[in-house]
Design a protein around this ligand. Structure first.
Ligand SMILES: CC(C)(COP(=O)(O)OP(=O)(O)OC[C@H]1O[C@@H](n2cnc3c(N)ncnc32)[C@H](O)[C@@H]1OP(=O)(O)O)[C@@H](O)C(=O)NCCC(=O)NCCS
Length: 177
């Protein structure tokens, strides 16, 4: 998909790994988690090998951001956005929103919920998620590191049972001769 401003959102390829890992490694947020470019690169490669979805935002051949997510990464039934990041010099231009919308669109085909974790101190990301329709639904205290709490954010289209019921009705209609 390419927008009018020349931003393309596409599936990540092996050749994107080092650009994505650099974005993570340059981000002060992840310094607090001790995440190096080498480790980020190993994790992204591992995700690609497992065919986990990663979308990159590209403009003029340059990777300006990416999102890594799982269709059923939360509580078996629900989507999980694991990492999202945009280049520091390209923030506030709608790239993060475009990436998150593209991930949500794919997750919401499988179920009505998207979950993610955000550090308690990461106010900018919290504002971003609220603007994108997420609500804080809980907290995991000292989850990854002592002294850092993870806020649980959720965006929902409704209860699981309702989604399943609609899906079954759709399937019945499709198989009807
Ligand atoms: C969170 C993040 C992905 C948003 O990406 P982005 O490309 O800036 O997103 P958008 O341009 O779509 O911005 C949407 C909103 O984010 C917020 N925002 C983005 N850049 C900002 C900045 N430099 N200062 C303050 N707020 C900012 C604003 O609320 C903005 O809303 P606006 O359009 O009304 O101004 C990006 O800030 C980022 O990579 N942060 C570091 C990594 C991170 O925290 N990831 C999330 C981990 S849970």
């Amino acid at each position: 998909m390419t927008s009018s401003r020349g931003l393309q959102i596409r599936a990540a390829r092996r050749g994107d790994v080092s650009a994505c890992a650099r974005l993570v490694a340059q981000e002060p947020l992840w310094h607090r988690y001790g995440l190096s470019a080498r480790r980020a690169s190993a994790l992204i490669r591992w995700a690609l090998r497992r065919r986990e979805p990663i979308l990159v935002a590209v403009r003029g051949g340059e990777v300006l951001g990416f999102v890594w997510f799982q269709h059923r990464g939360t509580f078996v039934h629900s989507g999980y956005v694991r990492w999202i990041v945009t280049a520091a010099g390209a923030r506030g231009q709608g790239i993060g929103s475009a990436l998150l919308r593209a991930a949500e669109e794919r997750i919401l085909r499988h179920g009505p919920n998207v979950f993610l974790l955000v550090s308690h101190f990461n106010r900018r990301a919290q504002r971003f998620y609220r603007k994108m329709g997420y609500q804080r639904v809980g907290v995991l205290r000292h989850y990854v590191h002592r002294g850092i709490h993870e806020w649980i954010f959720r965006k929902t289209r409704g209860p699981l049972a309702q989604f399943e019921h609609r899906r079954q009705r759709r399937t019945r209609r499709e198989v009807r001769p």
